[in-house]
Design a protein. Sequence first.
Length: 376
Amino acid sequence: MFILISTLKMPTYLSKTLPALLLLATLAGCAGYRITGARLSGAASGPVPPTELITEQLIDAEKTLRAQRGSQSLAHLVVRNPPPYVIGSGDILSIVVWDHPELAGQGVAASSTAVDSHSPGAPPPAGFVVDHEGRVQFPFAGALTLAGLTEEQARALLTKRLAHYITKPLVTLRVQAYRSKRVYVDGEVRLPGLQSINDIPMTLVEALNRAGGMLPSADQSRIVLERGHARYQVGLRGLVARGINPGSILLAPGDVVRVHSRDESKVFVSGEVITPKALTMHDGRLTLSEALGESGGISPLSGDARQVYVVRRAPEGTRVYQLDARRAGALAMAEAFELEPRDLIYVAASPLANWYRSVSMLFPGALTQAVTLSRP
């Protein structure tokens, strides 16, 4: 197609800039960009996940799905009245028979190098060690199986055995060193490591307190309890929301409590925003509106408010959500849409910004030259 342009009565500055403007318009047409288009389209190189519009129905469905994931039964972890401590293999017992000093000091020093829970770093005290079979050797009483018994039950059994040799024996039996049962606290705590279970019930709160408390970088909503092959989300925020007292979560020997860092719960904001950045979630919660607000909002010069995307890696695959911020009620939906750790928020550029950048890459300085020449 040929275009004939008459320049007989055209101003001088316009006649100089017209060829450049026509060239830019021709390049835009060849590139396939439409300034008034809602979205730039191009050939896809592979399968693209379907885009789901953020609506009130989608937000309700996400809330239901989140509630189902958080409905893991914790009933067997909650113990209102913890039972007394039971003796186990490795514990060291202090046994005293009153009025019979000849029986005192018959215990032997523990041969294990494990430390006493009451005096970290010190060797175990002398006493009667419960062997690997749960038995204790005591004068006159012989081999006593005490593993699995409480202090009261063990005292009653020893008294019964000694009664055959001593008239009305008065026995004092207590655990001198707790070494048979332990839990491990790891992650964002001040003193990570092993914690011995003693006569004080080892609840979730007790274990965290013995570990020196959580660090400022700890995410209180992401505390995981590992018991065998099972994993339980016991975040403080989630427990309180479900009406469960964290002090009633009783730990068992061998449990591992991991407190995750807030840095692992970041979301990323990129694209046409004022300040692209990585944001840390506030104890496991951050909405789309808050993320955009902390990034300065959508750029008024280059951002397309109709194309605000949230890319999420889900177990079933990648999911892409889109928010049209120009629609009525979009701000309310953005405030109700909760993000998840590692979400990516991307604000696409407007068609005009895309066209300008493409032309600038093909012909650096062409637009600036055209505007400069157009000035009288």
